[in-house]
Design a protein around this ligand. Structure first.
Ligand SMILES: [Fe+2]
Ligand SMILES: [Fe+2]
Length: 193
């Protein structure tokens, strides 16, 4: 249902399980970046009224996710570490050429956001099904539902503001490219690692 072309290798969960502190740190920053993305879309595209309304709600939701993860870190007696480099996102954001009309740029940013939400959702589902830590598995089950809704919303906006056929073609191409990136990952304790 997420459209992803390549599922995550389930062995990734075994790697994650050995270092919960590391995955929570990486995850906390993913939520913080999701918040920043929503704010940045409001700043860059203020005339898209529906988008601004939804992004305002999203800022609140993503920062509340950040707090939920931060609370988990505190509960376990840890302190939030520094941000990690996200090679997945760095590689992904190279796909669409820079420039183009404002609408084109908006569509590209919405498609990137949709894909990052979709992959996060897939990874959270895996964590919810495979983690032996029951409490954490439940935590990821709830977050998985939120991220699935975000994926649908971003893709919906891309189709609403862009030309639908062109958007669908770009989306398929981006999915293919993402499968290539993910085929080289799955080896470290990061949400997109
Ligand atoms: Fe989130
Ligand atoms: Fe999200």
């Amino acid at each position: 249902m997420l459209g992803l072309k390549l599922p995550t290798d389930p062995r990734w969960v075994n790697i994650v399980e050995k270092n919960i502190e590391e995955i929570l740190t990486d995850h906390a920053f993913c939520e913080q970046k999701a918040t920043s993305t929503a704010i940045s879309l409001i700043v860059s595209f203020p005339e898209y009224t529906d988008l601004v309304q939804e992004m305002t709600a999203l800022v609140k939701e993503e920062i509340s996710h950040f707090k939920m993860v931060h609370d988990k870190i505190i509960e376990r007696g840890w302190v939030l570490g520094r941000d990690r480099r996200d090679d997945y996102v760095i590689a992904l954001l190279k796909f669409f050429p820079k420039g183009g009309s404002r609408t084109t740029q908006l569509v590209h940013r919405l498609l990137y956001a949709a894909l990052i939400e979709a992959r996060s959702c897939e990874r959270f589902r895996l964590l919810s099904e495979e983690l032996e830590d029951e409490e954490l598995a439940e935590f990821y089950r709830n977050l998985m539902v939120s991220e699935a809704n975000h994926y649908t919303m971003f893709l919906g906006f891309a189709r609403q503001y862009g030309e639908k056929k062109e958007v669908d073609t770009k989306w398929q191409q981006l999915l293919e490219y993402e499968a290539e990136i993910i085929s080289n990952l799955g080896t470290n304790e990061a949400i997109h690692g």
